[in-house]
Design a protein around this ligand. Structure first.
Ligand code: FES
Ligand SMILES: [Fe+2]
Length: 379
């Protein structure tokens, strides 16, 4: 497969040097080449745990929520038996998407092409007219929707397409440990913010776990928590993490919304940022949890979803509407500042004068680790 072909030996050498001593990130082709993205779809996104959505996307029996993992269509379904399941969102007949859009109160999933109907547990119920006009086959042993392995972490749902990843409990344990001081049980999804970025998905994350740029492009965040209080992201296998103590809360960050119950004074003044390779980032504040999900569309096109969770009624109660809007505005301002930088990097990835860059020994060991995880996944 592609690694020896796409990454020359000298680049592999640079990937493995100590950060700050000539180490570099991945080659430009990894950010611009559709063949590389295709490899990522097959070797990376399909073979690990990937964030797919929230219980709040399918809160009631009969709710259906289509989404994608890499380039693969999937669908979350809340069964009449109360179980939440995931399936490949493809009809076994002629490959049509079975669920085109989110919907509620369904008792079956009906393919829009020839109306084959699947139960919410995935079994084929009917394939009308299949053996001739008005000859309806209602036998229930036909090919059903193909199920996908599912893992739950509080309100968030992860999927493993190939079914062979390590146990979900092992994947999520490092993050669960770091969030153990927060009672996440009352979280509810308040809103999902969406942006489009003309850049590769990896640049979105490389920017996320880089604290170096904050002084230059985030004036409000820089004033909120000084650069001297920030370190580079650390990492533990597939979890990248940083935790920053801030002084006083402000609108959008800790003002006007209820805090997690029983927080220690230290956690009431803590911002935590966590990247779970390779699909999402969690941010924890005293009054919210956000999950930042990337959906790769093309080598230079990514959709970003920021799922904003708040505590109990704060997610929906009109009394908190102003404070909620303050949170959304804060994230929109911050993320638009980041999108500029991410798109600058994407443009530069078409230049032959860029060969993987220069990494700071202080800020960037996380970049080198990320590049290694990508390469190891593809080997
Ligand atoms: S493709 Fe689904 S019923 Fe034919
Ligand atoms: Fe940023």
């Amino acid at each position: 497969m592609g690694i020896p072909f796409l990454i020359p030996k000298e680049t592999m050498d640079r990937l493995s040097r100590p950060t700050g001593e000539g180490a570099a990130c991945l080659l430009n082709a990894c950010y611009t080449d559709s063949g590389w993205l295709e490899l990522e779809n097959e070797c990376l996104f399909a073979q690990t745990w990937m964030f797919a959505g929230s219980i709040d996307n399918v809160p009631q029996p009969g709710d259906v929520f289509p989404t994608t993992i890499g380039n693969k269509p999937v669908v979350l379904v809340h069964g009449r038996d109360g179980e939440i399941r995931a399936f490949h969102n493809v009809c076994r007949h002629r490959s049509a998407i079975v669920a085109e859009q989110a919907c509620s109160n369904q008792s079956v999933l009906t393919c829009p092409y020839h109306a084959w109907a699947y139960g919410l547990g995935g079994k084929l119920r009917t394939h009308p007219h299949f053996n001739g006009a008005d000859v309806h086959d209602v036998s229930r042993d036909g090919p059903g929707l193909v199920p996908i392995r599912l893992g739950l972490f509080h309100r968030t749902i992860f999927l493993n397409l190939d079914g062979k990843a390590a146990p979900f409990e092992d994947y999520i344990a490092p993050l669960a440990r770091r969030l153990s001081g927060h009672d996440l049980s009352a979280l509810r999804l308040a809103k999902t913010l969406v942006w489009e970025v003309k850049a590769n998905w990896k640049l979105v994350f490389e920017n996320y776990f880089e604290n170096y740029h904050i002084f230059a492009i985030h004036p409000r965040l820089d004033a909120f928590a000084l650069m001297t209080s920030r370190q580079g992201f650390e990492f533990e296998d597939k979890l990248f993490h940083t935790e920053v103590a801030f002084g006083e809360p402000e609108g959008g960050r800790g003002v006007g919304l209820p805090y997690y119950p029983g927080l220690t004074p230290e956690l009431e003044r803590l911002e935590g940022g966590y990247h779970l390779f390779p699909s999402c980032c969690y941010q924890i504040w005293p009054d919210q949890l956000t999950v930042f999900q990337v959906l790769p569309v093309a080598p230079d096109h990514t959709i970003e979803n920021l799922h904003v969770f708040m505590i109990g009624d704060a997610a929906t109660d009109g009394a908190f509407g102003g404070a909620r809007q303050g949170v959304y505005d804060m994230w929109d301002e911050l993320n638009r500042e980041d999108i500029n930088a991410i798109e600058w990097m994407q443009q530069g990835r078409y230049s032959p004068a860029f060969d993987g860059g220069i990494l700071s020994g202080h800020w960037d060991p996380s970049h080198q680790h990320f590049a290694k995880l990508v390469v190891e996944s593809m080997a």
